[in-house]
Design a protein around this ligand. Structure first.
Ligand SMILES: *Cc1c(COP(=O)(O)O)cnc(C)c1O
Length: 390
């Protein structure tokens, strides 16, 4: 027996940074702007529907692809906001959060040694899912550009594609940078997917969080010419309806790609969140005003936090969407974000996360850290007061 029974390929993955930093927040009584979860509940209609379903007997296995009412609302919502029309019976599958949809897509599409092109910094489950599948990451770096917006180098993206490219895993609006990929950037990605006959898996969990001052509104990659038939679009209720603990997500796309996800997910979780599925259906049917007010609320919180961070001396990279903003710690004398974040609670009682953990090329992100602004205004204001001390 070896000391560590974990399979060799997973050993590089320790405890996630969120576990470490959230524990540090509790231990030091700090304000946790590390992990991205809201500190208020989602729409009351949704919560009432969940309570009713729970009491009304919706407590057994839902159908494998999700309950019909939810699949119908997922397709209606996609049509309403993005003009995509799908068959709710064959082109939608409900999953245990976006995370399961991403994992099932990669496990179902990648043979061992196949390559996945993605952008760094990336959402932490991407690297683990790619590794579990025995696939290989080809990572393209997003760097703060002249106006502060994160950009990538076209030649670097092109060089990441090759004969073994199986899919591109794209997150836009992007966590942790707050970048919203422009139509020009998406067009380049779409052309490369077609040239190399690769699939696209898009993580759009922040589809409703693009702020009014973003360079461009959100464009789903699946809406670009030639992309619908090769794109699996993933989203989730967690971020849009402030219920990250519910883990109700979904994937939509052409029948064969949805079927791929479904065939893998049936042996991962089979199904999940029976009584929450009807509640998410209610939430997806809320009027447009819900979605615009939600975005306006988050935008105001971003502005409050950015003002506080700027006041405290950070260089703040502009965030066009999501729950997050990244900052450069160099002006405050910091060189390593991980050290900086471990010391921050003792210095001022605030927790952030170093983004270097989301890079394959660690040096690219060593000086950057991420703050979440999906918190009540008084919490953000108190964090700003504390940060002013450093
Ligand atoms: C939160 C998040 C997810 C996970 O969504 P779940 O529905 O909770 O699984 C996936 N991708 C990104 C970019 C996220 O920020």
């Amino acid at each position: 027996m070896t000391a560590d029974p974990l399979v060799e390929r997973m050993r590089a993955f320790g405890t996630t940074i969120f576990t470490e930093m959230s524990a540090l927040a509790v231990r030091t009584g700090s304000i946790n702007l590390g992990q991205g979860f809201p500190d208020t509940d989602g729409p009351p209609e949704m919560l009432a529907a969940a309570a009713e379903a729970l009491r009304g007997g919706a407590n057994q296995y839902p159908p494998l692809p999700g309950i019909p009412a939810l699949r119908a609302k997922i397709t209606e919502h996609e049509q309403r906001f993005w003009g995509l029309s799908r068959d709710p019976d064959t082109e939608v599958v409900v999953t245990a959060g976006a995370t399961e949809a991403i994992a099932a897509a990669i496990l179902g599409l990648c043979e061992s040694g196949d390559e996945v092109v993605t952008f760094e910094p990336y959402y932490d489950s991407y690297a683990a899912s790619i590794t579990l599948a025995g696939a290989v990451r080809r990572t393209v770096t997003l760097r703060p550009g002249p106006q502060g917006r994160y950009v990538f180098d076209e030649a670097e993206l092109r060089a990441a594609f090759g004969p073994r490219t199986r899919l591109v895993l794209l997150n836009s609006p992007h966590n942790p940078t707050g970048k919203v990929f422009t139509r020009a950037e998406l067009t380049l990605i779409a052309e490369l997917c077609q040239e190399f006959d690769a699939y696209a898996v898009t993580d759009e969990v922040y589809e409703h969080l693009v702020f009014t001052d973003a360079a461009e509104p959100h464009t789903p990659l699946a809406t670009l010419p030639g992309m619908r038939e090769r794109t699996l679009r993933i989203s989730s209720a967690g971020k849009t309806f402030s219920c990250t603990g519910w883990k109700v997500g979904w994937a939509t796309g052409p029948r064969e790609l949805v079927s791929t996800v479904q065939r893998v997910k049936q042996f991962l979780t089979f199904v999940n969140a029976g009584p929450l599925q009807p509640a998410v259906a209610v939430a997806l049917g809320l009027p447009d005003t819900y979605f615009t007010e939600f975005r306006a609320t988050l935008q105001a919180r971003r502005d409050r936090l950015v003002a506080g961070l700027t006041e405290a001396g950070f260089v703040v990279q502009p965030s066009e969407g999501t729950y997050f903003v990244t900052t450069d710690i160099t002006p405050l004398g910091g060189t390593d974000g991980a050290d900086f974040c471990r010391e921050l609670p003792a210095r001022c009682g605030v927790v952030a996360v170093p983004t270097q953990v989301f890079y394959d090329h660690k040096d690219e992100g060593r000086h950057l850290i991420r703050f979440a602004f999906c918190k009540r205004e008084e919490v953000i204001d108190e964090a700003a007061r504390r940060l002013a001390k450093i």
